[in-house]
Design a protein around this ligand. Structure first.
Ligand SMILES: [Mn+2]
Length: 424
């Protein structure tokens, strides 16, 4: 289904007076709102194809109705999100869950919805039917060369699918590691992964980037072979200029200072991509900004600061993607909430007075530094985010329109109540 332009226009008309009143109050207070609104309107976050179906846990999965049945449906769902918020203009695919039967047709369909193909994701954390070798004891780290070869070949296949679709990056996340002390020779595992990544790196087209994603634990619980940003940085540095670290917010030990990690990776020119989600305990993959919105803001502050220090383009120089999934919300509503949380944190980060903050630091005025940071965080920037959406042709209140237009019911009518999206 496609959202009629008239329904967005009618919705916006009904909220316009109230919106303009709130916006005027903000623009009267803040000097650089035109610049902030332009940056917000340009910012795009990729939606992962696996987040469009209801996620599950180790214990069960409770599917919702009208879930996408295939890649075409997934693109249509992201097209709906993008029509509503104008900030979801890219899709991140997972292979083998989303292998396109006809890459040209898929490319055209995505273009019709104004969508680009963001990073491709490989999968060596599961065995697929008919696969010769098993990943039970790892993939790129495996002691058996035949297993490593199979995993390398799979990643090269993923690059080929990505080239056909116009993607320009590959994200490698490995489940490799060990569950028990003594199981693994750490140095050998590192070397095998490095050599395997080198073969994958050699297959990258000239304009491509390789993102090495780290994760501290799970599914292995004693060691992970790309376990933290230091290890990822080590791989990325040894691989070469096209390799970068990818930070997933949920892949750290509890209370890790992610904003500091981000600042240093940016300083070294090795931050490539970002996976947004939120968590209370581990890799909970909850809605962005639902648990720790202040941390999200602090991370964005470092992102903006670090990118500005290097003259980077906020929209295009890093890969921005949501990586979340859970089992109690309508996935499309959840994604609208996540994108909104990202835009709010970005707007607050743009709002913070960087010059005054630096001056406070230079004079060791700890109190002033905190006041400057928190003053931006405590500003209700939602009218700025809504204004950016309005100017880009989106809805003033995407979630409200999604509900009032009965989009989920229409999807159920089209696709049925018992559809199950491919993926986890
Ligand atoms: Mn991730």
């Amino acid at each position: 289904m496609q959202l009629a332009r008239t329904s967005i226009a009618d919705h916006n008309q009904s909220l316009l007076n109230s919106h303009e009143r709130k916006l005027r109050a903000l623009t009267g207070e803040i000097a650089n709102t035109p610049d902030i609104i332009d940056k917000l309107a340009a910012f795009q976050v990729a939606i992962p194809s696996w987040a469009l179906g209801t996620g599950g846990t180790r214990f069960g999965r409770f599917s919702g109705g009208g879930e996408p049945r295939n890649l075409e449906d997934k693109i249509e769902d992201i097209g709906l999100l993008h029509a509503l918020n104008r900030s979801s203009g890219a899709i991140s695919l997972h292979i083998p869950w989303d292998i396109p039967q006809d890459a040209n047709a898929i490319r055209q369909l995505a273009a019709q919805h104004g969508l680009k193909f963001d990073a491709m994701n490989s999968n060596t954390f599961q065995d697929q039917p008919g696969q010769a070798e098993s990943y039970k004891f790892g993939s790129l780290q495996h002691v058996n060369k035949a297993v490593r070869k199979q995993a390398i070949q799979h990643n090269i296949e993923v690059i080929k699918h990505g080239v056909d679709l116009g993607s320009e990056s590959l994200t490698v996340w490995l489940a490799d590691g060990s569950c028990f002390p003594g199981q693994l020779n750490f140095r050998k595992a590192f070397q095998y992964v490095l050599e395997s990544l080198q073969e994958i790196y050699a297959a990258l087209p000239a304009n491509w980037k390789l993102f090495v994603e780290y994760k501290a634990f799970e599914p292995n619980f004693y060691s992970t072979t790309v376990g933290d940003w230091g290890q990822s940085y080590l791989y990325a540095s040894k691989l070469g200029p096209k390799a970068y670290t990818l930070v997933d917010l949920g892949h750290h030990h509890p209370n890790a200072n992610i904003e500091q990690i981000v600042a240093l990776l940016l300083m070294e020119g090795k931050l490539g991509g970002f996976h947004f989600n939120d968590s209370k305990y581990g890799d909970d993959d909850l809605t962005v900004g639902s648990i720790k919105p202040y941390q999200l803001y602090l991370i964005f502050r470092e992102l903006v600061d670090g990118m500005d220090a290097k003259g980077m383009d906020h929209t295009t120089d890093l890969g921005w993607m949501i990586d979340a999934s859970h089992n109690v919300k309508d996935p499309l509503e959840d994604l609208l909430q996540s994108v909104e949380a990202i835009m709010i944190a970005y707007a607050q980060a743009l709002l913070a007075d960087a010059k005054a903050l630096e001056a406070a630091r230079e004079s060791n005025d700890v109190v002033a530094a905190q006041e400057i940071l928190q003053s931006a965080y405590r500003t209700d920037v939602r009218p700025l985010v809504a204004e950016a959406r309005l100017r880009a042709g989106g809805a003033l209140d995407p979630l409200k329109l999604y509900r009032s237009a009965g989009i989920r019911q229409q999807l159920i009518n089209e696709r049925g109540t018992k559809t199950i999206a491919t993926g986890l």
